[in-house]
Design a protein around this ligand. Structure first.
Ligand code: ADP
Ligand code: MG
Length: 635
């Protein structure tokens, strides 16, 4: 096995590596570092998240630049401010024994003049987001005409975020002679085309197989009714007392709502999305890193590249629109050799997406049941028992013990245990004793692809792309207007001047009623029921009712009493929060856990998602302007 020394790194870097506790190079490091040290070449390197790419380009860059010169020699472009700061920090750590080194991070949302000042002092390496970088080049605050190395980090994410043009613009100010090193977790065609455009015969290094999500992540899905999503989320969290998770929602609004509701229900949660100020986001991330926050509810964009180790669970509160995004999301867990779980909460109409994701990640999902109330109580009880067992005694208490003993003198050990546990357990028990089964019947087998076995109505409506809708925004718009849950409106198909969408038959009256007199920007909007049911015949029979009782399913065989999801951990069910000692782990699981029992204020008393509080929004209310606006219809 290679060592950092055998890769050809110099003493300064080796010393820093020892300080950081890295023992052996990861695969991408072992393959990349010698190559970049010995050759001036362009490089495309594909490796999953958490494989140590920063050091793979960081060490060679640090070794090759001239730290005595003040000239900017290395540029690292990365998609988000978070990542920029992370990379700049890592680089500074790697290079802490490199004399005269100055690494500067450049990103939006912070003072541009401050950043310009730092650059002026002479930064050999700049780590930047494309937007701010372009801006500063435009204002002649940065000169990259002499750079020798340019890294495009998380290239797929940068392109996802629409930075293609900014990158092109930036690179046009850099010399032809530089080497470009591109790093990416996946290789969609946009990335290959950027490689073609900006690189000369790059060497390609692939670690693991392309487009496959992290090895250490297991994938699960839970089938629920849309209205039970939030309750399901709570149960998943309660059933995993050690949870340290990122929860993904599709929109900023849902992100905010879910986080607020979790907070109301006493969880250590926070929202992370683009409507927060940079400062607020920093605070949230800081609390998450230090584990004051255990459930970070985030949008895809805001969570891009979040690099927090030891995330135990990624929960997809909703699936992303683009299935490729799934890989990015689930890559937030299972980092640095740890194992992680990616849990998807799906409604029946989304189950088919699971199938597509399986194809993409080349891994099977396991369908699991949302744990029942009593199962959760049991998990929590064992968790509490283990926390008590592991708790270090605080001898400050000794002073008060005589009095405490006096108060409790009449109880036996057994009685005391019962009482201690009841303090916490009763609350949980009361909350969950009447909890219903949240699992939606899937009619026996998982019905991938055939979610159409309900009576569905397809509508034609004369608003479309011309009115600035795409299918996603139209879906949100309709859901709001109709006061329906998101998945009650489906198969939204937006054409230029008109669109189609479906609802279940039971909503037909509501839909027709609301649209009867509806104006958008002063224009009459008309709706009619389409003969086309959305491309597939409807199979009769309606919803499969209760189906077969899920409650009958055997839930006994769980071997993971003490909280699950910590496969890498030795010992059985001790529930300790420390990391396992994989060969590629350097951190020793920081932070103490607070048992989830105590993490929680009293829960609200019913299991229904409170946040679903409906708010009508700024759309014009139906007005009495008469029906029958012109109907445009393509034949
Ligand atoms: P990527 O960019 O591939 O997602 P990072 O470069 O962010 O991964 O590294 C993930 C984590 O692993 C970081 O915390 C980093 O400090 C750590 N790490 C990197 N290389 C090693 C190594 N050789 N041994 C132990 N830990 C490492
Ligand atoms: Mg990285």
């Amino acid at each position: 096995m290679s060592t950092f020394k055998s890769l050809g790194l110099n003493e300064n870097l080796l010393k820093a590596i020892t300080d950081m506790g890295f023992e052996t190079p990861s695969e991408v490091q072992a393959k990349t570092i010698p190559l970049l040290l010995n050759e001036e070449t362009d490089l495309v390197s594909l490796a999953q998240t958490g494989t140590g790419k920063t050091a793979a380009f960081g060490f060679p860059m640090l070794q090759k630049i001239d730290s005595e010169s003040r000239t900017t020699q290395g540029l690292i472009l990365s998609p988000t401010r978070e990542l920029c700061m992370q990379i700049a920090n890592e680089m500074a750590q790697y290079g802490k024994y490199v004399k005269g080194l100055n690494v500067v991070a450049i990103y939006g949302g912070a003072s541009i003049t401050d950043q310009a000042k730092q650059i002026k002092k002479g930064a050999q390496i700049i780590v930047a987001t494309p937007g701010r970088m372009k801006d500063m080049i435009g204002r002649r605050m940065i000169d990259i005409s002499k750079i020798e190395y340019c890294v495009l980090d998380e290239a797929d994410e940068m392109l996802n975020m629409g930075f293609y043009e900014d990158i092109t613009e930036i690179l046009s100010h850099s010399p032809e002679t530089k080497s470009t090193w591109l790093f990416s977790a996946t290789m969609p065609k946009e990335v290959s085309s950027i490689a073609k455009k900006f690189m000369r015969t790059p060497v390609e290094i692939t670690v693991g197989s392309k487009n496959v999500s992290t090895e250490n992540v297991s994938h699960e899905f839970y089938l629920v009714n849309t209205r039970d999503r939030y309750a399901a989320l709570k149960r998943l969290s309660d059933a995993n007392p050690d949870i340290f998770s990122v929860i993904f929602c599709r929109t900023k609004r849902d992100t905010q709502k879910v986080a607020e509701q979790l907070i109301t229900d006493g969880y250590n949660a926070a929202a992370l999305h683009g409507d927060l100020s940079q400062n607020q986001r920093d605070i949230v991330m800081k609390s998450f890193r230090s584990r004051q926050i255990k459930m970070l509810v985030a949008t895809d964009v805001a969570a891009r590249g979040i690099d927090v180790d030891d995330v135990t669970h990624v929960i997809h509160y909703q699936l992303p629109d683009e299935i490729e995004t799934y890989t990015h999301r689930s890559g937030r867990t299972g980092r640095a050799g740890k194992s992680g779980v990616s849990m998807v909460i799906v409604s029946k109409s989304e189950v088919r997406k699971i199938h597509s994701i399986e194809k993409m990640i080349q891994k099977k999902f396991e369908q699991k049941d949302i744990p029942g109330g009593m199962e959760i109580c049991e998990v929590q009880l064992f968790h509490l028992a283990n926390s008590i067992k592991d708790t270090k005694i605080n001898h400050e208490i000794d002073l008060y013990l005589p009095n405490i003993n006096e108060v409790l003198a009449d109880f036996s050990k057994e009685e005391l245990i019962k009482k201690v546990f009841s303090v916490e357990f009763t609350r949980f028990y009361n909350y969950y004793k009447n909890a219903k089964d949240l699992n939606a019947p899937s009619g026996g087998n998982v019905d991938y692809g055939d979610s159409d076995s309900k009576d569905s109505v397809r509508y034609f409506v004369n608003i479309g792309a011309k009115d600035d809708f795409d299918w996603m925004t139209l879906k949100d718009f309709l859901r709001d207007l109709l006061d329906l849950e998101k998945d009650d409106v489906y198969k939204v198909d937006v054409k230029d001047t008109f669109s189609f969408f479906n609802t279940d038959e039971k909503h037909q009256e509501l839909v027709m009623g609301v649209f009867n007199d509806f104006k958008l920007d002063g224009r009459n909007i008309s709706i009619e029921i389409s003969k086309d049911r959305g491309g597939r015949s409807r199979s009769g029979g309606g919803r499969s009712g209760g189906g077969r009782g899920r409650g009958d399913r055997d839930r006994g065989g769980r071997s993971d009493r003490g909280g699950r999801g910590f496969k890498g951990k030795g010992g059985s069910g001790s529930g300790s929060g420390s990391g396992d000692k994989g060969s590629y782990s350097k951190r020793s699981g920081s932070g103490e856990r607070t048992g989830s029992f105590s993490d929680r204020k009293s829960g609200s008393s019913d299991d229904r998602p409170k946040f679903a509080g409906k708010s009508r929004r700024r759309t014009e209310k139906p007005q009495n302007t008469g029906t029958g606006g012109k109907r445009r219809r393509k034949s």
